[in-house]
Every structure is written in C-alpha cells, then in structure tokens.
Design a protein around this ligand. Sequence first.
Ligand code: PLP
Length: 364
Amino acid sequence: MPRPILATVHAAALSHNLARARAAAPDARVWAVVKANAYGHGIERVFDALRSADGFALLDLVEAQRLRALDWRGPILLLEGCFDARDLELCSRLGLWHTIHCDEQIDMLAAHKTQVAHRVFLKMNSGMNRLGFTPERYRAAWTRLNALPQVEEISLMTHFSDADGARGIAHQLQAFEAVTHDLPGERTLSNSAAVLRHGPAIAEKSDWVRPGIAVYGSSPDFPEHSAADWGLLPTLTLASKIIGVQHLVAGDTVGYGSSFTADGPLRIGVVACGYADGYPRHCTTGTPVLVQGVLTRMVGRVSMDMITVDLTPVPDAGTGSEVTLWGRASGGAVLPVDEVAQSAGTVAYELMCAGAPRVPFSTD
Ligand SMILES: *Cc1c(COP(=O)(O)O)cnc(C)c1O
C-alpha cells in the first residue's frame, strides 16, 4: 500500500468560490489568478472548474503555454510581463496579453518585430513600490507605448498593498485616478481582498478584477473574517492516516527536542505527514487537526515524515483513522487552511503553494 497521504482538489468548491468573487464585483470581468501552478492546486486540475472565468492571469510563460495546451482560447494576462525579448515572440504566437511595468519592457517591445499588435497592461506603482511606473512617470510611459505600432490596445493596471487591512485602498485609488482619469482603456485593479472588502469602492473603476486566494477558498483578511464569513469553501484538502499509537503517562515527552510533556495519561496518534509533505515545520503544539472529522491538536514538533496528535477527543481513533491536516474531512467537517497557517505564523498562500512533489493528488 502506498503511504496514505493525499491532496484532493475540490472542483465544485473552485467553481463556487469563483462565482462568489464574481458576485462581489458583479459588473467586472474576472481574471482567475492561476499563478504558482494555481496556488499549488495544479493548472490542469483547476482548469475545468474555472473555465467560466473571463480570463486567466499568471506570470510564468510555461504556465501560459499549459493553458493554451488545454485549448483555452480566451485571454491570458502575464502579471509581470515579459522577462526577455524571446517572451514577446511567445506572446505574439499565443496571443498573450502582458503587463508593462518598466522602461526596459517598452524598449523590448519597440524592438520586437511582429505581425500582430499586442494588448498590454500598463502598470502603475500607486504605493506598493514593487512593480510599475510611479504616478509622475506613468503618462510618459503611456504616450510612448501609444506611439508603438507593436501596441494594439493599452489597459491600465495597479495593485493594492493594504486591501486586506486598516489602511485600505483609498490612497492608492486616488493616486491612480488622478493620473488616469482622462486616459482611454480598460482598468484592472483588484486582488481578492479588494474584491471582497471594497467591492462598492471599485465598482465602475475596475473593468477586470483579479481574485486569486479567494478562489482557492482562503480568506484574504483572516482572522478578521474567516473563509466561511466570506462564503468560501475549501478547495484543497491535505489528508493522511494514523500509522501508529502511543500511550503516554505523566512526564513522558513526544518527538525531537522533547518539546511536549504529557501531564497525565495521553493517547497519541502518529500521522503520516511531515514537513517533507509541505506541512509547515513552524506548527507547534496546539495546531488544529481533524481526526475522523473531530477537532484535536498536534503535539510536539513536526518531523520530516510524521506529526503526533492528541487522541483524547477521539477515543475510538486508532491506526488507519482518517486525519485531515487542512480542508474537508470525508464526513464534511472543515478545518480551514487559514487556521493552520496562522499556527505556523504564515498565510494560507504559502501552505497551498508548498505542496511537496511526493504527495499524490486526486480531484473530486
Ligand atoms: C497574485 C496577484 C493577484 C491575486 O492576489 P490574491 O491576494 O491572491 O487575490 C492579483 N493581482 C496581482 C498583480 C497579483 O500578483
């Protein structure tokens, strides 16, 4: 028998979450963001469930090729644009729309020989200070692009740094609008947090929205709101089984470094899942885990191939019992990936993207 660990992608939940994002920005077209191999889910595994999207946004050209290989004929947006001149040939050939965030990308495009003019998304750095032209330099970049025969259409783009938090989006929206209000072209503004939290503020200002994490069933502003608060369903379950049981007495310790000490008799289940499966090693005693759909806690340290869990709330559990590390148990109980991420001091994005090659996948 293979080792019992399994990752499952829930197709119906992906479709549900996409519809949920669409409902929050009902007048906008929706890019389903599928970068990082669809946030670790696998582009081929999510494609059918997400094909009602108006387009797919990603940044790896090989991933764009994989989408075209699935016979997706609709829009594909490269969120970081082209990395070198050869990428522009692929854009021409596959009809990829691409971001322009720096002068070097305009230079490359100006030197590019093509029969087909490109649709480009000119990115403004409205305060994130990652990619894009500053507001002061934005219009000069637009004018330069607009004069190129290689350019068919220019759309306008920015990205919010604080849509999930107290600072919000107003300051960036204002910077963007001050410079772009009289420029033609479609606009694309919003990540998941902006779509869910600031839907009314971006309505009529964003022709396209760009939800990612919400499509994958994680709350963009956890713990302020849970995924359930936003009506999102888990799209990825990491499940395994108990492969051994230990009976501890007071004073016994568990695992490397003896970081957990039993203060009384305790049954411990040993689970076939460790950091080499993508389970974060930063999780410590108390991290939530489901055994047979019942909430319990991890104890001790995460090892490469195993974790240990407290079986007190599930007295009938033993070797072979189902363990849900995050996602949905077979009986329907849900352990939000956001809660496990929080225990590890990180975000669900990282957990979902960190799935290890040795973990087999299935789809339901
Ligand atoms: C990743 C990304 C998104 C999606 O962000 P989420 O927080 O996952 O919704 C949107 N726009 C850009 C430019 C991105 O890089």
